[in-house]
Ligand binder design. Structure first.
Ligand code: TRP
Length: 343
């Protein structure tokens, strides 16, 4: 899975993979799409494959920050794990767990909340943005505190490297603040946590809007079929200039399709544009459809294979929960000891 479109992993990660424990993950809100794939999943698989200890959290409590109905969580989580396996996460070396199943992780939220002020929680720019875009007129306490909960995800398992998109940087800063304050006030338990920024530019939605997002239905799901993929890409917004060029500033939608084709084909987007030349948006779409379907065909086939075994996902999650619990139990008991709470 080497792809020159991706800059190499940082030198210290490649040289000393065993020094790194990586924690990353997502909210289980639905199927993962090609934006997730090129933005983060592909990188996770690379980290796993160089020998880093990779832990993936499925943040099911976080789904409740801005909605009262999380949907059918067990179905969504099951599908998510199949997506992970399909793209190449290997449950023999990678830990996949759901944070609601790890009691000691959740208990860490209480001491962590004592280390941050209300004002700090309220001025988090990502939280502010989420509040501004929410459809509801009430803002839950979880909305303000989920970044501290995320610190519990990260610090409970002793992670020192967290691959994230830009929007997660304020949360990582809060994690570092909590760790530093705990270390100063009680005992130096927590390592310094570093972010690892996503290596690829963000793909925008096929409707030409800013972000690929599940709720806007402007994405291509990893688990989609070849036909559905073709349908979605054929309906993408482009422009009316026949000559295709890669110009992200002036022609963002055309550039987005070229970028997608380029990631899948592992070729320069300018070269793909030149190959299409004067054949216009229809040819651009056809090229992109073929590139995406070819790239994801083996991933989709693998997913179908894994989906045939109904017990597989459950056993992977159980095993992951057990390991996450072991790590978090140990952290919590050291935290309590440092705080003088051993009775
Ligand atoms: N906040 C992340 C998201 O919105 C998910 C997440 C929860 C996470 N805990 C984490 C990411 C810990 C990195 C590390 O998808």
């Amino acid at each position: 899975m080497s792809n020159p479109s991706f800059p190499p992993l940082p030198p210290d990660v490649r040289a000393m993979p065993h020094k790194f424990r990586v924690l990353t993950g997502e909210r289980p809100t639905g199927p993962l799409h090609v934006g997730h794939y090129f933005g983060s999943l592909h990188n996770r698989v690379r980290l796993q494959n160089v020998g880093v200890d990779l832990i993936v959290v499925i943040a099911d409590y976080q789904v409740l920050t801005d909605r009262t109905d999380p949907g059918n969580l067990s179905e969504i989580v099951h599908g998510l794990v199949l997506d992970y396996l399909a793209v190449g996460l290997d449950s023999r070396s990678t830990t996949i767990f759901v944070h609601s199943a790890v009691a000691s992780l959740n208990q860490l939220l209480l001491p962590f909340l004592s280390l941050v002020s209300n004002a700090e929680l309220a001025r988090n720019p990502t939280v502010k943005e989420e509040i501004a875009s929410t459809r509801h007129n009430t803002v839950t306490g979880l909305m303000y505190t989920y970044p501290a909960h995320q610190a519990a995800d990260i610090l409970s398992c002793g992670a020192n490297l967290v691959p994230v998109g830009e929007d997660q940087l304020p949360h990582l800063e809060l994690t570092r603040t909590i760790a530093r304050r705990f270390n100063q006030r009680y005992a130096p338990l927590f390592p310094a946590v570093e972010p690892l920024l996503s290596p690829t530019p963000r793909l925008v939605g096929l409707d030409g809007r800013n972000k690929m997002s599940k709720s806007r239905k402007n994405t291509i799901d990893i688990r989609s079929t070849a036909d559905k993929t073709a349908e979605h890409i054929a309906a993408a917004v482009t422009d009316s200039q026949r000559h295709i060029t890669f110009d992200p500033q002036a022609r963002p939608q055309v550039a987005n399709l070229l970028r997608l084709a380029s990631l899948c084909r592992n070729e320069d987007p300018h070269a793909i544009a030149a190959e299409i030349g004067d054949r216009g948006a229809a040819a651009l779409k056809q090229t992109t459809i073929e590139a995406v379907n070819e790239y994801f065909a083996p991933i989709r086939a693998r997913r179908d294979e894994y989906a045939k075994d109904p017990a597989l996902v459950t056993s992977i999650i159980r095993k992951g929960n057990a390991r996450a619990s072991e790590l978090a139990d140990n952290t919590l008991s050291r935290v309590k000891e440092a705080m003088g709470m051993q009775y």
